[in-house]
Write a protein of this length. Sequence first.
Length: 219
Amino acid sequence: MFDLMVRNATLPDGRVGVDVAVQGERIAAVEPHAVLAQAAAGREIDAGGLLLSPPFVDAHFHMDATMSLGRPRLNQSGTLLEGIAIWGELKPDLTREAIVERALAYCDQAVARGLLAIRSHVDTSDPRMVAVEAMLEVRRRVAPYLDLQLVAFPQQGVLAVPAVRPATARAGARSRRGRGRWHSALRAHDGRGQRVGAAVVRDGCATRLAGRHALRRVR
Ligand SMILES: [Zn+2]
């Protein structure tokens, strides 16, 4: 007797008419329907021939900016640079409550579509640390059903905003007090989209900036 049986599924490798049996938290059997037709389960779900897959993973997202289309204005050029500029215009008016509300609404949509793991950048080029505090709260609230990893990311450039370096370091320290770690931000730019190198982030803290500016300690 299995705990759960998903009947008549299509698998990502193309197999159709497959039954998947689950025992506890583990997949116990993946077989053609004929093999498991007589097997009983506490709960059965008819997939109706639809795709059954592992959860989807979004490896790159900016959840602190989600659902903010048109705030404070639309991106007329459609370019990344104007998008970054608009984000800079919105930032002074951001509140923790608004970011949390929009991010949670997005998480509901994501989970409903099969996304159960998201890695999101979080802007640390803000001395108020509003987005950092908001996203740490979001991570805590979605933890039961969504694996949310946060990346300390100085959107306006490690070098362009004087407060960025201490803010990024504080984000790391703040994160280490909670569960989980921040993961490495892989690039850095000067705030105008010009790539200057790669930020090396270890245990949640940007420790080095490698590239045109040589090895510059961030903390
Ligand atoms: Zn990005």
